[in-house]
Design a protein around this ligand. Structure first.
Ligand SMILES: C[S@@+](CC[C@H](N)C(=O)[O-])C[C@H]1O[C@@H](n2cnc3c(N)ncnc32)[C@H](O)[C@@H]1O
Length: 233
C-alpha cells in the first residue's frame, strides 16, 4: 500500500500492534556544520549538477531541533504501531547520530545497534572522505530476529547518479538485508519517509507486505511505477 501525506498524520491512522518492522530513511538535515549553514544548506556531498537538476528536496534544511521533534513524533507512532519484538531501523549519518538516537529511544524503544552502510568507495570531499552512512537499530520489547547472515557492517554500492530516481535513493539490496533480519516471513514493513519506494521494492522482492508513506506527489508516482501500482489521477 502506498499512501500520500504527512507521515505524522498518516501514522496516526494505522492500528496499534499491526506492523512487524519499520525501516526508514528520513531527511538527514546534515548539510551544514552549524545551524545557520544547515538552514541554507545546498550541499550534503551532492554534485552541483545534481543539485541544479533536482533542487533541494523538501525538509532537508531543517534545523537539528526541527528534525529531532519530527523524529521523536514518528518514533512515538512507530512504537505504537509495531508488534511486540518489532524493529525500528532509521538511516542517518555520523554527524546527526548523537542527536537522533536519543530522540528515537525516548519513546520506549531499546537502542540495539549501530549498523554501518559501507558504500565501498569514497565520496566527494577532503580529509577523511565519506564512505559510510549509519542505520540506527531499535527494538520494542523482547526482540525477535529472522536471519543470522548479516553483520553490522553492510557493504553495498551506492545507486549511481545516472540511475537514481531520488537524490538520496538507497540500494535495494541494502534494504533487503535490513528487512530480512527484522521481519518474519510474509510480515509487514512500514516506511514513513518512502521517497522513490526502495523499501517497498525490497519488501516486494522478498515476499513481504509493505506500507509506504511519502508526502511529495512526484515521488509517490515514481514509487507507484516501480511497484507496478496504477497511477493516481
Ligand atoms: C531521504 S528521502 C528517502 C529516500 C528513499 N530511501 C529512496 O530510496 O528513494 C526522505 C523522504 O521523506 C519525505 N518526507 C519528508 N518529510 C516528510 C513527512 N513529514 N511526511 C512524509 N514524507 C516526508 C521527503 O519528501 C523524501 O522523499
Amino acid at each position: 500500500m502506498i499512501i500520500q501525506g504527512d507521515c505524522i498524520e498518516e501514522l496516526k491512522k494505522l492500528p496499534s500492534n499491526s506492523i512487524d518492522s519499520v525501516v526508514t530513511d528520513p531527511p538527514y538535515c546534515s548539510g551544514g556544520f552549524n545551524e545557520s549553514q544547515k538552514m541554507q544548506a545546498t550541499g550534503q556531498g551532492l554534485r552541483s549538477e545534481t543539485r541544479k537538476r533536482d533542487g533541494w528536496f523538501i525538509c532537508d534544511n531543517m534545523t537539528t531541533g526541527g528534525l529531532v521533534w519530527l523524529l521523536r513524533a514518528v518514533s512515538v507512532e512507530a512504537f505504537r504501531v509495531l508488534k511486540e519484538g518489532g524493529s525500528f531501523c532509521v538511516f542517518t549519518d555520523w554527524r546527526m547520530y548523537p542527536q537522533i538516537a536519543p530522540a528515537l529511544e525516548s519513546s520506549g524503544f531499546r537502542l540495539r545497534n549501530m549498523i554501518v552502510w559501507n558504500k565501498g568507495s569514497m565520496g566527494l570531499g577532503t580529509g577523511f572522505r565519506p564512505q559510510h552512512e549509519i542505520i540506527i537499530h531499535l527494538t520494542k520489547g523482547k526482540t525477535k530476529f529472522y536471519d543470522r547472515k548479516t553483520g553490522n557492517v553492510i557493504t553495498e554500492k551506492r545507486v549511481s547518479a545516472t540511475k537514481r530516481l531520488h537524490q538520496t535513493e538507497k540500494p535495494v539490496n541494502l534494504l533487503s538485508k535490513l528487512i530480512r533480519v527484522t521481519t518474519p516471513p510474509g510480515g509487514t514493513v512500514l516506511d514513513p519517509f518512502a521517497g522513490s519506494g526502495t523499501t517497498g521494492v525490497a519488501a516486494k522482492q522478498e515476499g513481504f507486505d509493505f506500507i509506504l508513506i511519502e508526502r511529495d506527489p512526484e515521488y509517490i508516482e515514481i514509487a507507484r511505477e516501480r511497484l507496478g501500482e496504477p497511477a493516481l489521477i
